[in-house]
Design a protein around this ligand. Structure first.
Ligand SMILES: Nc1ncnc2c1ncn2[C@@H]1O[C@H](COP(=O)(O)OP(=O)(O)OP(=O)(O)O)[C@@H](O)[C@H]1O
Ligand SMILES: [Mg+2]
Length: 331
């Protein structure tokens, strides 16, 4: 059964008050940062969500944990609506942990590592816990020496700060961790260490992960399933081992081709992503990717594609998918 289930989720931000919108002629005073996103994550597995800056990844994560209001759609955790009532919400906040983008600035500078990693127990009023011994247990789990308990965030390297973030996330034995860019800003070798740590903890505790990243190398290493986000939508989703060798969406194909390959002789050529992401204030008609798409045709400029689901469970939003028959538009 899926642990986390998201259906037709929409999240919007007000970008202007009604008067300003009228005076400046904005067609809408909202932007849709997340549009019609649906997915399931099975217990013990990892979903990676990939997309360029501004595609709505953090907004989606924040909406799932209840930090940003949902405009419409549904989130279910272990089959229940976590926002239904106070008790469900409290349980949800123990069982789902979020690792925020930019961990160093999300750690309060004046607090010691022990105080930072034992904070979840205080928030959840588990004062009976021996906080010092809990801190030692968590430091050992994330591979930091116990004398780190008395350090302050500015005394930590990027990788160590990330480990403290992981310790905070696992403090209450959550079932699901949503990690927003867990390796951004780290050296490649340190990225590998953090990913290994996450993988080890997943094996040890049966954790379920949603990992958000713009780094396809990360995705390939850690995820069972991959979702590609563009302008707030999931434009493709499927098993990682199937999506990478055989992307269906030209955007996915472009992202994969744009990845640096360690062996220059094997660098792929051909598909290049050009142009910029369109503004969310002014979504292109038809398929929103068409202004950047190498295979766009007339249909793409006028009619938005609907979700196609393949036998394997792969889904994508495209009229002219890669190496597949064209998807005729339905009226
Ligand atoms: N509080 C807010 N108010 C208004 N607009 C917002 C707000 N937060 C984000 N946005 C806008 O929503 C869109 C999605 O932002 P989001 O931070 O979710 O993207 P992201 O995929 O996480 O990007 P990045 O890779 O840079 O972290 C962007 O256009 C952003 O400018
Ligand atoms: Mg983000």
């Amino acid at each position: 059964m899926s642990l986390l289930s998201v259906r037709n989720l929409n999240v919007r931000y007000a970008i202007a008050g009604p008067v300003k919108a009228m005076l400046t002629g904005l067609s809408s005073r909202f932007i849709d940062a997340v549009l019609d996103v649906s997915f399931d994550v099975a217990q013990g597995t990892t979903l990676a969500i990939v997309g360029e800056s501004g595609s709505g990844k953090s907004t989606l994560a924040r909406a799932i944990v209840g930090l940003t209001p949902i405009a419409s759609g549904e989130v279910r955790f272990a089959g229940k609506n976590p926002f239904a009532d106070g008790a469900a919400g409290r349980a949800y906040h123990r069982e789902v942990a979020m690792m925020f983008q930019d961990p160093v600035s999300s750690l309060s500078p004046r607090r010691t590592v022990q105080s930072l990693i034992s904070e979840p127990f205080i928030v959840h009023t588990m004062r009976e816990k021996d906080l010092a011994s809990e801190a030692r247990r968590l430091l050992a789990l994330v591979g930091l020496p116990k004398d780190f308990a008395s350090r302050y965030p500015h005394q930590l390297s990027g990788g160590q700060a990330r480990r403290v973030g992981v310790a905070r996330a696992i403090a209450l034995n959550p079932k699901l961790i949503i990690a927003d860019e867990p390796t951004a800003g780290l050296d490649v070798s340190v990225q590998g260490e953090i990913l290994n740590l996450l993988t080890r903890l997943q094996g040890e505790f049966g954790l379920t992960y949603v990992i958000i990243t713009h780094n396809l190398a990360v995705v390939r290493h850690v995820s069972d399933e991959t979702a590609i986000m563009y302008m707030g939508r999931f434009v493709e989703k499927g098993r990682t081992a199937e999506v990478f060798p055989d992307p269906a969406h030209p955007y996915t194909q472009g992202l994969i081709a744009a990845q640096p390959h360690p062996d220059p002789a094997r660098r792929r050529t051909g598909v290049v992503l050009t142009g910029e992401v369109a503004s969310l204030r002014n979504r292109p008609p038809g398929c929103e990717f068409h202004p950047r798409c190498p295979s766009a045709q007339d249909l793409c400029r006028t009619i938005a594609p609907r979700i196609v689901t393949e036998f394997s469970g792969r889904t994508y939003l495209c009229h002219y998918p890669v190496n597949r028959p064209a998807q005729p538009a339905r009226p």
